[in-house]
Write a protein that binds this ligand. Structure first.
Ligand SMILES: [Cu+2]
Length: 465
């Protein structure tokens, strides 16, 4: 008898000392989720509801919340009339579960199912979203939170999960169907006109003076980046991209690039009965994203002073002395300097490439398909030291699948506290240094999460064998 089936039969798989994958079998949380159309009242009662696509027809979709150590066992049913798939953003999981249609699995056809099973190794704030025709499917609402709770989380009065997004809506609150427009591809991506929190425009969130709130921010926008200010509050940042950071208080706007996550601890210090907007100021014109409305009655007189530290994950530490150096240059787009690049292996002028719908390149290679020679081809266990230069006029949130990377420096300034990221936002003309251990075998996508940029060539493969 194989060891695996013996363990199953004897029911001892929960004992210590055996593989976490086997333990997971007896400790998984089962989800049945259908990607399908739905209706959401985004703008408010004076407008018609918006036809969306959502997981279980909702926006955000069905939240997945598990305990650290539990496994996800999610069967996705495709109730759309086009193929789809699900990517578990930021989770270090087996390649076959990564959900990139055409790379790690075939797309799920309409009416069919795909079963995803994995045990997230790290607690934290993640999300799941479509990875087929993503700029349209995510743009229409196919995203949801994926929360892995710490075994011993900091004490709070309440936790809020905010999936922030922006929609391009027409006057009747329907979604503008100009997905993948040429201007969006070559400029900042699809930036909408209706920014939302959990699918609601200018919502009002009831809070109480003295309350301690853990706020999990998840940016599900196609391309919009946010810089959020919390007025009179002084947020403490406790995690970035799902991974714990040494908590720090800041009055600076909280930057959260497309696909990024930030966990904040908020001690609500506004006066009873007052209103305080949360303001975004990433682009030229600031606006109120949402508003805190304080109850007339305070919850407590003095603030909690218990610890807000999160236990760090057990991530493999890159060995910088023996790392493979990789330099990556992002080029192209409007107002960029790219003249020519390799397209399907041939050098071509940018005009010719643009005629085929592509405008971006990584190291002069246009990432127009999934079966390209990899940008990085390495052995399992190799440390990678990657320098990314953004030589374009636009910010790019660069997402590596299946791994977390340690952000070491920005513009040659070493970070006092290097932090783990999976979707670092790289500003125009910025250079960042990252390092990670390529410890997860497979072909992994490395791409811009401004979804129109990815669709227009800003993507590559990392192969680990
Ligand atoms: Cu980009």
């Amino acid at each position: 008898m194989k060891r695996r089936s013996f363990l199953k039969l004897s029911g001892i798989s929960a004992l210590s000392g055996i593989s976490p994958i086997l333990q997971a079998k007896s400790n998984s949380k089962v989800f049945r989720i259908t990607a399908k159309p739905g209706q959401v009242n985004i703008v408010g009662p004076t407008f018609p509801a918006t036809e969306v696509w959502g997981f279980n027809g909702q926006v955000p979709g069905l939240p997945i919340r598990i305990n650290h150590g539990q496994a996800v066992d999610a069967t996705i049913h495709n109730g759309l009339d086009m193929p789809t798939s699900v990517h578990w953003h930021g989770i270090r999981l087996p390649n076959a579960m990564d959900g990139v249609a055409g790379l790690t699995q075939p797309a799920i056809k309409p009416g069919e199912d795909f079963r995803y099973q994995f045990t997230p190794p790290d607690a934290g704030t993640y999300w799941y979203h479509s990875h087929v025709n993503a700029y349209e499917q995510i743009g229409r609402g196919l995203y949801a939170p994926l929360i892995i709770e710490e075994a011993d989380p900091p004490k709070v009065d309440r936790e809020l999960v905010w999936m922030i997004d922006d929609w391009r809506l027409l006057d009747d609150a329907s979604i503008s169907d100009d997905f993948g427009a040429g201007h969006d591809k070559s400029h900042a991506g699809r930036i909408g006109n209706v920014p939302t929190v959990n699918g609601r425009f200018r919502d009002v969130i009831k809070v109480q003076t003295g309350e301690r709130i853990r706020l999990r921010l998840i940016n599900a926008s196609n391309a919009r980046n946010f810089a959020l200010s919390f007025g009179e509050l002084t947020p403490s940042v406790i995690a970035i991209d799902g991974q714990a950071v040494k908590p720090y208080q800041t009055k600076e706007p909280i930057i959260i690039g497309a696909a990024g996550r930030v966990d904040l601890m908020l001690d609500m210090t506004g006066n009873p009965g007052s209103m305080h907007p949360v303001v975004d100021s990433f682009y030229r014109k600031p606006f109120d994203l949402t508003t805190f409305a304080y109850d007339d009655k305070p919850l407590r007189e003095s603030l909690l002073d218990s610890s807000i530290d999160l236990a760090p994950s057990n991530l493999p530490e890159p060995d910088l002395n023996n790392a493979l150096d990789v330099n990556v240059t992002i080029a192209g787009g409007a107002m960029g300097g790219l003249r020519r690049a390799r397209f399907n292996g041939e050098w071509m002028g940018l005009r010719e490439i643009a005629q085929q719908g592509y405008v971006w390149a990584l190291n002069d290679v246009v990432g127009n398909k999934l079966d390209m020679p990899p940008l990085i081809d390495t052995k399992k266990g190799q440390s990678i030291h990657m320098t990314i230069n953004n030589e374009t006029s636009f910010p790019h949130p660069m997402h590596l699948h299946g791994h977390h990377m340690k952000l070491l420096s920005i513009d040659d300034q070493p970070l006092p506290e290097p932090r783990w990221v999976d979707s670092p936002l790289i500003m125009p003309n910025q250079s960042v240094e990252l390092a990670f251990v390529a410890d997860n075998p497979g072909d992994w996508l490395f791409h811009c999460h401004a979804l129109e940029h990815h669709a227009a060539g800003l993507g590559a493969l990392v192969r680990i064998t």
